[in-house]
Write a protein of this length. Structure first.
Length: 239
């Protein structure tokens, strides 16, 4: 006669039923879930409301060194790619649940409530006061920040070069001059005069420079734009 195979699930159920009732199990699980939901609500509320905390008491040995960044590094990247580094309360998109999960794990491991969250993202992803790749940070202290989570799509590889003219005033002038030179060379020979002289070239260049410069001034000032060095940590749309 063959022996009947052992069903471990049935054994578990029988042993469980001898030691604790199903009502007690359901009550304990319900309490655990309520506490977990309350913890998530607290985290979400902190992300939405924000505060002025500048440090968190992380346990140093539990931090991953490759996720620690100084404010100077963050500033440099924001300027290069025309991004902003602002409190999460200005972030208008939803924070993904994967980020909430990582925050819960961090808080449990370090036995703290994390505060002072900040995000790196393009301006369009923030609700900015008037006058495609978020990264969530928490302050460690002394100008250092800990990267908690990254989501969304990577930035276009061309973004750094496209935003180069907006880094500062010198870059903008240089770009305007280069564009004016290119536009001047593209004008067909003899369009304004039968003789192609250096004087004609520089007059044409001067005309193109004024035209391109006028477009830049209109876009930059009339549209309330500013240089990357001025807006990277500003909460104002027209900063």
């Amino acid at each position: 006669m063959l022996l009947k195979k052992t069903n471990i699930e049935e054994k578990l159920q029988r042993f469980r039923n001898k030691t604790i009732s199903q009502d007690d199990i359901l009550r304990d699980v319900e309490q655990i879930l309520k506490q977990d939901n309350k913890k998530e609500e607290t985290i979400i509320n902190t992300l939405k409301t924000g505060n002025n905390s500048v440090e968190n008491n992380f346990i140093f040995d539990l931090l991953e060194s490759d996720k620690i960044y100084h404010i100077d590094t963050i500033k440099g990247i924001c300027i290069d790619y025309r991004l902003r580094f602002l409190d999460t309360k200005y972030f208008k998109n939803d924070i993904p649940y994967s980020a909430i999960t990582k925050i819960k794990k961090l808080e449990k491991a370090h036995d703290i409530n994390i505060n002072g969250y900040k995000i790196i993202a393009p301006s369009k992803l923030f609700k900015l006061e008037n006058a495609d790749d978020p990264l969530l940070f928490a302050p460690i202290g002394n100008g250092y920040y800990y990267l908690i989570h990254k989501w969304g799509n990577d930035l276009s590889p061309m973004r750094k070069w496209l935003m180069m003219p907006f880094r500062n005033f010198e870059n903008l002038v240089f770009t305007t001059v280069m564009v004016s030179f290119l536009a001047t060379f593209l004008i067909p020979d003899g369009l304004f005069s039968k003789q192609n002289t250096s004087a004609e070239f520089w007059l044409t260049f001067f005309f193109m420079f004024k035209t391109v410069g006028a477009i830049v001034i209109y876009y930059a000032f009339a549209s309330g734009k500013n240089f990357n060095t001025a807006i990277w940590d500003s909460k104002y749309y027209n900063a």
